[in-house]
Design a protein around this ligand. Structure first.
Ligand code: PLP
Length: 623
C-alpha cells in the first residue's frame, strides 16, 4: 500500500485498512470506498462515477477558517478572516450549495467573475453579512445585481479590473441610490513559479497599473466617493508552490494598501486572491504540482506579514480575505472507474526452434546465448536490427505472418531479459533508458480523460491514481492507463511519485477472471468537472454524493444521472426523436427490400432506443 503513498497526498482524508481497501476518512469515521462502489452498483449506476464526499468539503472549510482563526490568535492580529470561494473552480450547484451551507458558520462567501456566477450565488447564499467579491468585467446589469446584493444584506464588492468599469459603477449606484462598495485589483510585480504564474507581472491581463490606480482614486475623489474604496485585491496566481513567493506578494500588497490609505481611501479589507496550493504529488516541494508549506504556515505567514507591515505604518489591521478555490474543493471529489481490458507486451506461446526455421529467427534466438551485463547494449542493438530485417522481409512478401509473429515475440522476450539485467545495473545506458516503461502493460479504463480529467491532457496535471482495493496483495504489473476515447492522447502515462515528482508507470494488480478491478483518481474536485468536454461524445459521468456517518455507514445524499446518449447528441444539435424516426425508416426499407424480417426490425428498433436512453460509457448490459 505504501507504493501509492496515500499518507503523503491524502491530507488525512484517505487511508487503507487491513483488508487492503482504500478508505475515506474524516475525524470520527472511516469508510472503505469499495462499500460505496457496492452501493452504487446496487442502485443500478454503472462506472465511471464521480464520487463526492460531503464531509471532506465540510472539513476543508473548517480547516481553512480555523487555521486563520488560530493564526490571528497567535499573532495578536486585531481583525478577522473572511474566506470567499471562487465559484469558477467548481460551479456545480450541489458543490456551491454545500459550501454555502457548511461555510455559513464562518460567513464564508463567494467570488464571482460573471453575471451567471453572480446569479448562482445570489440564489444560493443565505447568511447575511457574507462577502460576495465581484471580479471580471462588469456591465451595468452585473453592477445592478451587485448593488441589490448589498441591499439584501450581503457585503458585495465590485473589484475594478479596468478603469472603464468605474463610470458604470458610479452611474448605476447614483441611479439606484445605493452606495457601492468598491475594490481595486492591483497588478503585482511579485512573480510566482508554477503553471499559473502569468497572472502577475507587467503584462498580466488583470488589474490596474499604478497610473490607473491613481486615476481611479482621483475619479472617486471628484465624485466624492473615495470612502467607497474599501477593498484592495490582488491575485498572484493559482497553485503557488513556494511560500516565500506568497509572503513576498503579501508584503507588496500591503504597500499598495498603506499608500491608498494615505491617499484617503477608506480601505478595511485586503483580499489576497487564490493561490493556496494542493500537494497533488505529496512531494512537499516547489515543483508546480506540490507545495513547500502547510496550511498553518500559509495562514501564519499571511497574518504575520500583514500585521508587521500595517504596524510599521500605524494602520489598523484590515479584514483578511482569501479566495481559495482549489484547496477548498479538490479533495472532496474522486473519479472511480473499472478496468475493461489489458494489453501486455510480453512474449506469448514461443515455439521451440525447428530445423528449417528462418535464418533471421535463428539470429534472434542466438542473442539470448550471449546476453550478459557486459554485452547488454550489443544485444539491444542486435535485437532491433534483426527485427527490422524481418519486418522488411515481411513487407517484400519473403516471410509470412506467422514467422513475423514469432520474431516479434522473440524480440519482446529479449527486451524483457535485457530489462531484468538493467534492473540490476547501477547505471542504465542512455539508449536504454525508459525500456522498462516501453514494456509496461496498457490497462484500459472505463472513462474519458477529456470529459473527466481534462487537465491531464491540457497541462500535464498529475493526480494521484491507485486501485481502491487489493492493497493487501503485491501489485505485480507496471502499467499505463488508456481511456475509452479513440484518441491517442486519451491516456495517463505520468503518475505521482513523492520522491521524484513523477514516474511513467503505475504498479497495478493482475486482473482476476470474473472480478472487477477498480481504480480511483483522487483530488479532482477543482476545475475538472466544468472544463471537461464531449470528445467522442462521452458525456457527463454519474455523480454520487455521500455523507459518511460516525458508525462507519454512509448516506447517499444525492445521485445525479450522467448524460444519456440522447443528451449528448442533443448538445451537438441532433434531435433524438427525429433520429429515431429516421432509423425507423431505414429499418422499414430494409424490411420492404427483404434484408430483414419485421421481427428483426423490432429488435433493432428496441436496441437503438435503449442505447439512446443509455449511458455513454461502457456498460456490461444495456437493456
Ligand atoms: N481568485 C481569482 C481572481 C482567480 O483568478 C483564481 C484562479 O485562478 C482564484 C481566486 C482561485 O485560485 P486557487 O484555486 O488557487 O485558490
Amino acid at each position: 500500500a505504501e507504493l501509492y503513498s496515500v499518507e503523503r497526498w491524502g491530507n488525512d482524508y484517505f487511508g487503507y485498512n487491513q483488508d487492503g481497501f482504500v478508505t475515506a476518512k474524516t475525524l470520527n469515521t472511516e469508510v472503505p470506498l469499495m462499500d460505496i462502489v457496492q452501493g452504487i452498483a446496487e442502485r443500478d449506476l454503472s462506472m465511471p462515477v464521480l464520487l463526492r464526499i460531503e464531509n471532506i468539503l465540510d472539513a476543508q472549510l473548517f480547516r481553512l477558517n480555523e487555521a486563520f482563526a488560530r493564526a490571528i490568535n497567535v499573532c495578536g492580529y486585531q481583525n478577522k478572516y473572511r474566506g470567499v470561494y471562487p465559484i469558477k473552480v467548481n460551479q456545480q450547484a450541489q458543490v456551491v450549495e454545500e459550501i454555502a451551507a457548511f461555510g455559513a458558520r464562518y460567513q464564508h462567501g463567494f467570488e464571482v467573475g460573471s453575471k451567471a456566477e453572480m446569479i448562482a450565488v445570489l440564489a444560493t447564499l443565505e447568511e447575511p453579512g457574507s462577502l460576495i467579491v465581484c471580479n471580471g468585467y462588469k456591465d451595468p446589469e452585473f453592477v445592478e445585481l451587485g448593488l441589490h446584493a448589498n441591499k439584501v444584506g450581503f457585503n458585495c464588492f465590485f473589484v475594478l479590473e479596468t478603469p472603464s468599469e468605474l463610470p458604470i459603477i458610479i452611474e448605476r449606484s447614483k441611479a439606484l441610490g445605493i452606495r457601492p462598495r468598491i475594490g481595486v485589483r492591483v497588478k503585482m510585480t511579485t512573480k510566482v513559479s508554477g503553471h499559473w504564474n502569468t497572472t502577475s507581472g507587467d503584462r498580466g491581463v488583470f488589474g490596474l497599473s499604478t497610473t490607473q490606480l491613481i486615476d481611479v482614486v482621483d475619479e472617486l475623489k471628484q465624485n466624492d466617493m473615495l470612502d467607497c474604496l474599501e477593498l484592495l485585491h490582488c491575485h498572484l496566481g493559482s497553485q503557488i508552490p513556494n511560500i516565500r513567493e506568497i509572503r513576498s506578494g503579501v508584503v507588496e500588497a500591503c504597500r499598495f494598501y498603506a499608500d491608498l490609505i494615505k491617499e484617503g481611501a477608506a480601505l478595511s479589507y485586503i483580499d489576497l486572491g487564490g493561490g493556496l496550493a494542493v500537494d497533488y504529488t505529496g512531494a512537499r516541494s516547489t515543483d508546480g504540482q506540490s507545495r513547500n508549506y502547510s496550511l498553518e504556515e500559509y495562514c501564519e505567514d499571511i497574518v504575520d506579514s500583514i500585521k508587521t507591515t500595517m504596524d510599521q505604518y500605524g494602520i489598523a489591521h484590515p479584514t483578511i480575505v482569501t479566495e481559495s478555490g482549489r484547496a477548498t474543493v479538490a479533495y472532496s471529489s474522486m473519479l472511480l472507474f473499472n478496468i475493461l481490458d489489458v494489453n501486455t507486451f510480453e512474449p506469448t506461446n514461443l515455439p521451440e526452434q525447428t530445423e528449417n526455421e528462418h535464418q533471421q529467427l535463428r539470429h534472434m534466438r542466438d542473442i539470448l546465448t550471449y546476453l550478459r551485463p557486459q554485452r547488454v547494449q550489443e544485444c539491444f542493438n542486435d535485437a532491433h536490427f534483426h527485427r527490422q530485417e524481418i519486418r522488411e522481409l515481411f513487407k517484400r512478401g519473403q516471410i509470412d505472418l506467422r514467422t513475423r509473429s514469432i520474431a516479434e515475440n522473440l524480440f519482446l522476450d529479449i527486451l524483457h531479459k535485457i530489462a531484468d539485467i538493467l534492473d540490476q545495473m547501477p547505471r542504465i545506458p542512455s539508449d536504454m533508458e525508459g525500456l522498462r516503461e516501453s514494456l509496461a502493460d496498457i490497462y484500459y479504463g472505463n472513462f474519458s480523460l477529456f470529459q473527466s480529467l481534462p487537465d491531464i491532457w491540457a497541462i500535464e496535471q498529475l493526480f494521484p491514481v491507485m486501485p481502491i482495493h487489493r492493497l493487501d496483495e503485491e501489485p505485480t504489473r507496471q502499467a499505463v492507463l488508456a481511456d475509452i476515447t479513440c484518441d491517442c492522447d486519451g491516456k495517463i502515462d505520468r503518475f505521482i511519485d513523492p520522491w521524484t515528482g513523477a514516474k511513467n508507470t503505475l504498479p497495478l494488480h493482475e486482473l482476476k477472471r470474473g472480478e472487477d478491478y477498480y481504480l480511483g483518481v483522487f483530488l479532482v474536485g477543482a476545475y475538472q468537472e466544468t472544463l471537461g468536454d464531449l470528445h467522442n461524445l462521452f458525456g457527463d459521468t454519474h455523480v454520487v454524493s455521500v455523507r459518511l456517518n460516525s458508525d462507519g455507514s454512509y448516506d447517499f445524499v444525492k445521485e445525479i444521472q450522467g448524460d444519456t446518449i440522447a443528451d449528448v447528441l442533443s448538445y451537438v444539435e441532433y434531435q433524438p426523436k427525429e433520429m429515431l424516426e429516421r432509423y425507423r425508416k431505414t429499418a422499414e426499407r430494409a424490411v420492404r427490400e427483404g434484408r430483414i424480417t419485421v421481427r428483426e426490425r423490432q429488435q433493432m428498433m428496441k436496441a437503438f432506443n435503449a442505447s439512446m436512453q443509455g449511458y455513454t460509457y461502457y456498460e456490461e448490459e444495456h437493456y
